[in-house]
Design a protein around this ligand. Structure first.
Ligand code: 6PG
Length: 246
């Protein structure tokens, strides 16, 4: 992987706009190349404004949604209508505003038994990407956020999902959150054609510096994201990038 591209954004609105431009461009290129665009969405709060912009009148017409397949990078073990659900967040911000064929929505079943839901999602990836045994899915784009402990997706420090090298999808109990999660594993993330982190807020400035300095002593989950044959872009608001100039 080449050095990551770092795009500093004025604020969260600028971040959403730049991310939407990248999404539209990457979608067009993927459709021209292979006829569809397979993207794994990130959860949490940061990407919401970006998803809302994608679903806005000025943006949604620029994407041929009939050829977009939406996956999730991770999900909380809650029903899809739960306030904590990443699916619900995307449903409200984007899906409610676009015409996306139901078969193009690949939701992680957070409401089901976590181990079974992980198996089912892994099967869905194998089917969609027509994977041979041992082969990894190659998403056109994987969107990621960054937690202040350096986690990304639901790959948290010290959890069994982080070192997982065989599974495509893991279910993991996160002690610090007292919560069960589903997550794509690092091999899947690092097999993507393009990975894009969206990070906003002064509260993330310290961890952004630690992750991008990549000091081995500080082996944070997000620092392990290095697409082997893909590109990595960090879209960071100015107030989250203050430690980069030190
Ligand atoms: C989740 C996310 C998680 C998130 C980070 C940042 O399900 O919560 O996948 O990895 O991206 O925790 O969250 P914020 O954007 O809310 O800061």
């Amino acid at each position: 992987m080449d050095k990551p591209e770092i795009l500093i954004c004025r604020d969260a609105t600028d971040l959403a706009r730049k991310a939407a431009e990248q999404f539209v461009s990457l979608a067009g290129r993927a459709m021209a190349r292979v006829g569809r665009f397979a993207v794994a969405l990130s959860g949490g709060s940061t990407p919401r404004a970006f998803y809302e912009l994608l679903g806005s009148a000025e943006c949604r017409e620029r994407v041929d949604w009939s050829r977009v397949h939406l996956f999730w990078g991770d999900e909380r073990s809650v029903p899809p209508d739960h306030a904590e659900s990443n699916f619900r967040m995307v449903q409200e911000a984007l899906l409610a505003k676009i015409l996306l064929p139901l078969q193009n929505i690949h939701r992680m079943a957070g409401e089901k038994d976590p181990a079974k839901a992980a198996d089912a999602y892994e099967h869905e990836l194998c089917e969609f990407f027509a994977l041979a045994p041992g082969q990894l899915p190659r998403f056109d784009l994987i969107l990621l956020g960054l937690g202040d402990d350096g986690h990304t997706a639901s790959l948290f420090p010290g959890t069994v999902a982080l070192p997982e090298q065989e599974r495509l999808v893991a279910s993991v109990y996160v002690e610090k959150l007292k919560a069960q999660r589903l997550t794509l594993t690092l091999p899947v993330i690092n097999a993507a054609a393009q990975v894009m982190f969206l990070v906003a807020g002064s509260g993330k400035a310290d961890v952004v510096g630690r992750v991008l300095r990549r000091s081995a002593a500080d082996d944070l989950p997000a620092a392990r994201v290095r697409p082997a044959n893909g590109s990595l872009t960090w879209m960071i608001t100015q107030d989250a990038a203050t430690s980069l100039s030190k």
